[in-house]
Design a protein around this ligand. Sequence first.
Ligand code: PTJ
Length: 246
Amino acid sequence: EEEIPKDHPRYQDLLTRHRIEKGVEKGITHLQGMHAEGRGSAFDYLLGEATISSAEEAERVAAAHLLLADHPVLSINGNVAALVPGEMVELAEATGADLEINLFNRTPERIEAIADHLREHGAEDVKGLEADARIPNLDHQRAKVDEDGIYAADVVVVPLEDGDRAEALNEMDKTEIVIDLNPLSRSPQVADVPIVDNIIRAVPNMTEHARVLADEDEAELRSIIDEFDREAALEQAEDRIRSGEL
Ligand code: PTJ
């Protein structure tokens, strides 16, 4: 990371790419994660590589949900672990959430490598290793969850996956916060709170909002949540991408 000059016009993009490459080398990120990164990078380019106002608002709403939750869980895959390990640990600490590894390409080796990586970044308790429960109506590896983790959660943060798990979690009546640069991918389309932003910007913003909102009472947090319009947030992101106006 030291090799990338900070004043390079595409510094953040290069940094992201570099972290994913390192993740693959370390056995954390799946090779498919590089394709996922390429997709994300293209959408980020169209968004001006900046947090648009509807995403900023969604990040604040997400923080309010996490603070109000009885049992919030942040889901971690190979891309998330490579890109924002320390930032996820900080968000978990600021909101009292658990961290749970959940992989599409699940192998014991990757689970171990990601758990170690999160611990190196300060995580004390990492869930997802037991996988003693199943998300109903989902027939792939992402269905494997911890009974006292995602299975029991009331609010779940689901970053960087275009898939059917989001829908299956919705059917379990969980509140879902999705981080995905593509507003048309399936997960943000079904999320209660779609955050169309780069995870590199989104997670520190959510932590910052959580710290600011930590002392608010329940009624105030509820009103922040009630004022949020998920359709409008998705629409603003799509309009921005289609218009090319930054
Ligand atoms: O680690 P595993 O085995 O669980 O596999 C994880 C990947 C990411 C490989 C798997 O979930 C996958 O293939 O995902 P998709 O279908 O490519 O979806 C990833 C979504 O994340 C796409 O919609 C991308 O636009 C989006 N995305 C990629 N990078 C970022 C991003 N969104 C926000 N921030 C990013 N940095």
